[in-house]
Design a binder for this molecule. Structure first.
Ligand code: ADP
Ligand code: ASP
Ligand code: MG
Length: 412
């Protein structure tokens, strides 16, 4: 039997009624003759609640126990989904990550999937089971501890299963009906794309468009998984939603494919650091050892041998970053006068493969922001994206203005 992977995100399993609705969709695919692997997220809000419990209990928590706690939301929905399918007379059972087993690295809270043996589930399919419901987001480390794959990780579970089982397709059911030119919740002119290239999706995801977890796009690209994003709230035809595919399979496209944003940014400045060879290594090595994901970096002009070093990192890593820097100072590895954290910033980015061959995108982006009176704090660019760090209060305005200026409401 051909295998299909169907993933239901948090809002799609938020209530028993929604689980029933999702189960009906699964039943439709089973009736077409598929063996289905269903990947479920926790009910919406559950993972946030669990993360909150951990932070309140232990701000600089042991990541192994964080994983033990935050992985549990998915166990509930996996069991409930299997029960709902059984009530519909569809032969189904649930699997937690470790039971499959989904083997991961031991990088707790951001583990990577290394292997998914297919024999246990395939044996059950051979015995007549029609649906394997798997708890997304979780796995097991070589040490036998429960791991999680980073926020939004159920998307990655889904794509990894599709690759391991050679699934015909991986359908990601969510609360929007596809991938848009920007988040439709903050820009009402956002346009749904029928197709998007892997590389553009990868950039949009890594720059904050949370519709797919970055790692899931990477895996789909590497293992040539047919990846589709669609709504769990509407009746679906076979070509509904957005297909994430190779660049060559897209006929027309705009120079800029989309605008992404990330609210979850903090700007940290080390004030008055000695400007000497090796200073960047002396700052960023302890940050990386403390697990801080540094994103953008600027070193200011140096005066009288001292300079300010500014970088951005996720807001929830500010405490870790401050501790790593003060520890390094106490150990005599660096010397600075002050460390200032600004958690009121956001990153806005424009992404498009067309930027490889078109000039002027950066200039236009900066003009648009200037016209809106938005001050840019840090800029970074790569071949197919430009990102700016700005005050968070201007984030929505910036996204909308850029969407207008690059005419993303019109198809290319
Ligand atoms: P799920 O719980 O199903 O995994 P997520 O909340 O993780 O859903 O992702 C879906 C959300 O992603 C949408 O509700 C939307 O607000 C947001 N989003 C951000 N950027 C985009 C985009 N470019 N296209 C579609 N959705 C986007
Ligand atoms: N429940 C997890 C989260 O909220 C994983 C997921 O939904 O993909 O991040
Ligand atoms: Mg998600």
């Amino acid at each position: 039997m051909p295998v299909l992977v169907m993933k239901f995100g948090g809002t799609s399993v938020a209530t028993l009624d929604r689980i029933k609705r999702a189960a009906k969709r699964v039943g439709v695919e089973v009736a077409k003759g598929y063996d289905v692997i269903v990947i479920v997220s926790a009910m919406s809000g559950e993972t946030n609640k669990l993360v909150g419990f951990v932070n309140e209990t232990s701000p600089l928590f042991d990541a192994r126990e964080y994983d033990a706690v935050v992985s549990s939301g998915e166990n509930v929905t996996a069991g409930l989904m299997a029960l709902t399918l059984q009530e519909m007379d569809v032969p189904a059972r649930s699997w937690q990550g470790w039971q499959v087993p989904v083997k991961t690295t031991s990088a707790h809270s951001s583990a990577r999937i290394e292997e998914i043996p297919t024999d246990n589930i395939m044996r059950k399919f051979a015995e007549g089971m029609k649906v394997a419901v798997v708890a997304g987001f979780q796995g097991i480390s070589p040490e036998g501890r429960i791991t999680t794959l980073g926020r939004g990780g159920s998307d990655t579970t889904a794509v990894a299963f599709a690759a391991a089982f050679g699934a015909e397709r991986c359908d990601i059911y969510t609360d929007v009906d596809g991938v848009y030119t920007t988040d439709p919740r903050i820009c009402d002119k956002a346009r749904k794309l029928d197709r998007i290239a892997f590389e553009e999706m990868l950039e949009l995801a890594s720059l904050g468009a949370k519709v797919l977890q970055t790692r899931s796009v990477e895996l789909a690209m590497r293992y040539k998984v047919k990846l589709r994003v669609l709504s769990s709230f509407e009746e679906q035809s076979d070509d509904a939603g957005t297909l994430v595919c190779d660049e060559e399979d897209i006929m027309e496209s705009n120079v800029v494919a989309g605008v992404a944003y990330s609210r979850d940014e903090a700007k940290m400045t080390l004030v008055s650091v000695a400007d000497r060879p090796g200073i960047a290594a002396a700052i960023f090595t302890p940050l990386s050892e403390a697990g801080v994901n540094v994103d953008m970096i600027v070193q200011n002009i140096s005066e009288e041998g001292r300079t300010d070093m500014t970088f951005s990192c996720p807001t929830d890593q500010v405490k870790r970053a401050e501790k790593a820097m003060s520890d390094a100072k106490d150990a005599g590895k660096i010397n600075f006068h002050d460390i200032v954290a600004d958690t009121g910033v956001a990153k806005v980015s424009v992404v498009g493969i067309g930027m490889r061959s078109h000039t002027g995108v950066a200039a236009k982006m900066f003009q648009v922001l200037a016209k809106e009176g938005v001050n840019i704090k840090i800029i970074t660019t790569s071949e197919i994206k430009i990102s700016v760090l700005i005050d968070r209060k201007y984030m929505e305005l910036a996204v909308q203005a850029l969407h207008d200026a690059f005419e993303l409401e019109k198809a290319g």
